[in-house]
Design a protein around this ligand. Structure first.
Ligand code: GGG
Length: 354
């Protein structure tokens, strides 16, 4: 029987509520498909920070490296600055394992209401591909004269030709694999950022020449935001830098109904290291502990993990079960207008899985 070792970091806030539900789904999948998941739970995050002064231990990366994949809940705590939690856990993992492709699908499931009046189930079906290891998130910069009136902060973006080329190529390959509209939209702000984003545009144009079967479009990020609202159905694969694609993927999540449905994969496409799967949402302190967070984003992320592990049939089963629960429109958490609990929604998915 095949065994997959999965590192599990539930993290903070609602992360500790959605991860147990995703594990229940994976346990059921394991039974159906005669495989085993060996979960290794790591209690890293805010509580670890309060106790030890760091979000994860010094040897954390070495502990994660032998695993087949990482399943992450959420990071963030109201009593710790957000840059401390993010830079102490999530971002170092993405960089250490060169998870350069952050894949964030946004599909308007039948049965889910979009805030866009005209959008109907199936109308929106796009994937935001986010460069995940450099760009605006590069840990390069510093303060001078900290906390003084003359304080200076410098934050340097890092764009490399190699980094841009590989994420753009990934986006083109994904458009081919999806075989839907066969279109890639590249997002920059090269009118204002005349070095990094110009390098991005040039690289995009060069890579595009190798994909004559894929239609292309280059948009400034402000126009892209507008067009996500005005003509969301025209997008297929959307590729952008670390910051821009992060912002656009929140927008794409909300036009397909809820952040509670937004799944993501942080991939090392070369498979040298474990890839990491997480809901796009954060720790949501406002609803943490109430048992009402939507578990579907994490369950769909677990589905993406199955796909990455080569369990395509199982991944399809998870996605279909979630789609069926949403189409029934009976059991849903408050973010989707329902009154059910996190556990009840996961139960409904389990029922569909059989
Ligand atoms: N699901 C992990 C999490 O807590 N994400 C929230 C967050 O702040 N993410 C920042 C990012 O993806 O760059």
């Amino acid at each position: 029987m095949k065994t997959f070792t999965i590192a599990v970091i539930a993290g903070d806030g609602v992360g500790t509520e959605v991860i147990p539900q995703a594990k229940r789904i994976l346990e059921r999948i394991a039974k159906i498909h005669e495989i085993t998941f060996a979960f290794q739970d790591f209690d890293w995050g805010a509580e670890h920070f309060f106790r030890w002064g760091r979000m994860m231990p010094a040897g954390a990366i070495d502990l994660l490296e032998p695993c087949d994949a990482i399943l992450l809940g959420a990071v963030g705590h109201p009593d710790i600055p957000d840059h401390t939690t993010l830079n102490g856990l999530l971002l170092p993992i993405r960089r250490a394992f060169d998870q350069y492709a952050n894949v964030r699908p946004a599909y308007l499931y039948p049965g889910v209401e979009s805030p866009l009046a005209k959008a109907r189930g199936g109308d929106i079906d796009l994937v935001v591909v986010r460069e995940n290891t450099e760009g605006e998130y590069a840990p390069v910069g510093g303060f001078m004269y900290q906390h003084q009136p003359e304080e200076i902060a410098i934050q340097t973006s890092v764009f490399t030709r190699r980094g841009v080329e590989r994420i753009v190529r990934f986006a083109f390959e994904l458009a081919r694999k999806r075989n839907k509209q066969r279109r890639v939209a590249s997002i920059t702000k090269s009118n204002a950022q005349g070095y990094s984003m110009v390098l991005w545009d040039r690289t995009f144009q060069q890579v595009a020449l190798q994909y004559p079967d894929i239609e292309t479009e280059s948009l400034l990020v402000d126009a892209a935001a507008m067009n996500f609202i005005r003509r969301p159905q025209s997008f297929d694969v959307v590729v952008g830098s670390n910051l821009f694609a992060d912002i656009l993927s929140d927008l794409s999540a909300i036009i397909v109904g809820s952040m509670g449905l937004a799944a993501s994969a942080n991939l090392d496409p070369l498979r040298r290291f474990p890839s990491m799967f997480e809901p796009v949402h954060g720790s949501a302190p406002d609803i943490a502990g109430k048992g009402v967070v939507n578990p579907l984003a994490t369950i769909l992320s677990a589905g993406m993990m199955l796909d990455h592990l080569g369990m395509n049939e199982a991944a399809g089963a998870v996605e279909s079960a979630v789609a069926a629960v949403l189409a029934d429109a009976k059991v849903r958490t408050p973010d989707l207008g329902g009154h059910n609990s996190t556990e009840e929604v996961a139960n409904a998915v389990l029922e569909k899985l059989g």
